[in-house]
Ligand binder design. Structure first.
Ligand code: HEM
Ligand code: HEM
Length: 222
C-alpha cells in the first residue's frame, strides 16, 4: 500500500510490524496446543472410556474397584489435560489483549480500520481491479471475524474458569460451554481456510512471498 490511501491497489505483500509477527506465530502455537488438549481430553484421556482400562489394570494386581472408584482415577487424568487447556487459555487471553493494545501503536498503514477504509476507497475508483479489491476486502473481513470469534472464546473460557463450582451460575456456565464448543468449530474453519488461502496465494504471482513477509516483516510492494 502506498502513502496515498485509496489511490493504489491494496497489496497482499505488506509490511508487518514486529508486534504482529510475534503475536501471529505465538497465537498459532498456542491455539494449536489448545486444540491438542481438547483432542486428548475428548479421546485418549476421556473419563468414561478409561474406566474399564483403570479397572482392568488394577485387576491385574488383584485389586477390584467399582466403576465409580475407577471413574475418579480416570477423571483425574482428564482434569490434568483440562488444566493444561486453561493455562494455554490464559496465555491466549493475554495474547488477545496484547493484540488489542498494540493496534493503537501500529503504523497507520498497518492498522485494521485504515486498511479496510483504503480498500473501500480503492474499489470506488473506475479503474480498480474489482475482483482483486473484493477478494482483498473479504480476507480483511475474515480477519475481523476471527478476532470477534477469539473474543467470544476468551470470554466464555474465562467465565467457565470463574464460575467453576458456583452452583448459582451452573446454568449460565452450561450455555457458555455450549457457545465455547460451537466457536471452536468456527475457529477451526477459519484456520483451515486461512492456511489454505495463504498457501494458494503464496504460489500466485500477487501473493508470492507473503508467508515469508509474515516471518521477516516484508518489503512493501516488492
Ligand atoms: C492457528 C493458526 C492461525 C491463525 C489463528 C492465524 C491468524 C491470522 C490473522 C488474524 C491474521 C491477520 C493479522 C492482521 O493483519 O490483523 C493473519 C495473517 C496472516 N497469516 Fe495467519 N494465522 C494462523 C496460521 C497461519 C499459518 C500456518 C500461516 C502460513 C502458512 C499463516 C500465514 C499468514 C499470512 C501470510 C498472513 C498475512 C496475510 C495478509 O497480510 O493478508 N497463518 N493470520
Ligand atoms: C482457540 C481457543 C479455544 C478452543 C478451541 C477451546 C475449546 C474448548 C472446548 C471444545 C472445550 C470443551 C467444552 C465442553 O465439552 O463442554 C473447552 C473447555 C474449556 N475451555 Fe476452552 N477453548 C479455547 C480457549 C479457551 C480459553 C481462552 C479459556 C480461558 C482460560 C478456556 C477455558 C476453558 C475451560 C475452563 C473449559 C472447561 C474445562 C472443563 O470442563 O473442566 N478455553 N474449550
Amino acid at each position: 500500500m502506498t502513502d496515498q490511501p485509496g489511490n493504489t491497489e491494496p497489496s497482499f505483500r505488506e509490511k508487518h510490524s514486529r508486534s504482529i509477527r510475534i503475536w501471529h506465530w505465538s497465537t498459532f502455537v498456542i491455539i494449536m496446543g489448545s486444540l491438542i488438549t481438547v483432542l486428548l481430553a475428548k479421546t485418549m484421556l476421556n473419563t468414561r472410556s478409561n474406566i474399564p482400562l483403570v479397572q482392568q489394570s488394577l485387576q491385574q494386581s488383584n485389586v477390584t474397584v467399582t466403576a465409580d472408584q475407577a471413574k475418579s482415577v480416570a477423571h483425574a487424568f482428564n482434569d490434568k489435560v483440562w488444566n493444561w487447556h486453561i493455562y494455554l487459555g490464559y496465555v491466549l487471553a493475554g495474547l488477545f489483549l496484547f493484540r488489542i493494545v498494540f493496534e493503537f501503536f501500529q503504523p497507520k498503514k498497518e492498522k485494521v480500520i485504515p486498511i479496510i477504509r483504503n480498500a473501500l476507497k480503492y474499489l470506488k475508483q473506475p479503474t480498480a481491479d474489482k475482483m482483486h479489491g473484493r477478494h482483498y476486502l473479504l480476507v480483511r473481513f475474515a480477519y475481523v471475524s476471527f478476532y470477534c470469534a477469539l473474543f467470544v472464546q476468551v470470554c466464555t473460557g474465562l467465565f467457565m474458569v470463574y464460575s467453576d463450582d458456583m452452583e448459582n451460575l451452573k446454568d449460565i456456565r452450561h450455555t457458555a460451554s455450549d457457545i465455547h464448543s460451537v466457536f471452536m468449530w468456527l475457529i477451526i474453519a477459519y484456520i483451515v481456510i486461512h492456511i489454505t488461502g495463504a498457501t494458494v496465494a503464496e504460489f500466485n504471482k500477487k501473493g508470492k512471498g507473503m508467508i515469508s513477509d509474515m516471518i521477516n516483516g516484508g518489503e512493501e510492494n516488492e
